[in-house]
Design a protein around this ligand. Structure first.
Ligand code: MN
Length: 208
């Protein structure tokens, strides 16, 4: 059985960038619903239900076809939101450091250029989905392998065998209470609560 991970900070900790009510509903209702629906889909599938969720969504081909779409949507929802809570933190003025910032400079030229490209994809994502900074582990050695990708619905980059370092939820449920139709304002505010230390940790681990 999959269970809802506790939030690593208070629901109001990301104010004023992301409001308390949005965080509470997003975590307690939306994320919980993905987990409940995933557990329901996997009833009688003990082997799959005992996998960790990353391995589960990386191995959708092993899931019986009758429940594969449900596992894709709700397993994706679970793994994506679990990452989302971790790669945010109360605004501390953090900036990317170390190996990560070097890799961002090598790949995108500068941090603002990276952020601009990321925001453009987030604005262009029609309907619901996510935008990601990922590492492609199939990149030949000596290359950084960073890229920005978007996914529809609750698809995870793990399904394409990429490693997500940073992800932005652009479903309306992530921002509508405070920002309504102004997705650009939400994206812009969100940079203030990115937990770059966690993103760098994931980047360093991805190279192992
Ligand atoms: Mn969401």
């Amino acid at each position: 059985m999959f269970t809802l991970p506790a939030m690593p900070y208070a629901y109001n900790a990301l104010e004023p960038y992301i409001d308390e009510m949005t965080m509470q509903i997003h975590h307690d209702k939306h994320h919980q619903a993905y987990i409940d629906n995933l557990n329901k889909a996997l009833e009688g599938e003990e082997k799959l239900a005992s996998m960790n969720v990353e391995d589960l969504v990386r191995n959708l081909a092993k899931v019986p076809e009758t429940i594969r779409t449900k596992v894709r949507n709700h397993g994706g929802g679970h793994v994506n939101h679990t990452l989302f809570w971790q790669i945010m933190a109360p605004a501390t003025g953090q900036e990317p450091e170390g190996e990560l910032v070097k890799a961002i400079h090598t790949t995108f030229g500068s941090l603002p250029t990276f952020q601009e490209k990321f925001a453009t994809l987030a604005m262009g994502r029609f309907g619901s989905g996510w935008v990601w900074l990922v590492v492609d582990p199939s990149t030949s050695s000596g290359q950084v392998g960073l890229s920005i990708v978007d996914t529809p619905n609750q698809d995870s980059p793990l399904m394409d065998h990429k490693i997500p370092l940073l992800g932005l939820d652009v479903w309306e449920h992530a921002y509508y209470l405070k920002y309504q139709n102004k997705r650009a304002d939400y994206i812009n505010a969100w940079w203030s609560v990115v937990n770059w230390k966690e993103v760098e940790k994931r980047f360093v681990e991805s190279a192992k």
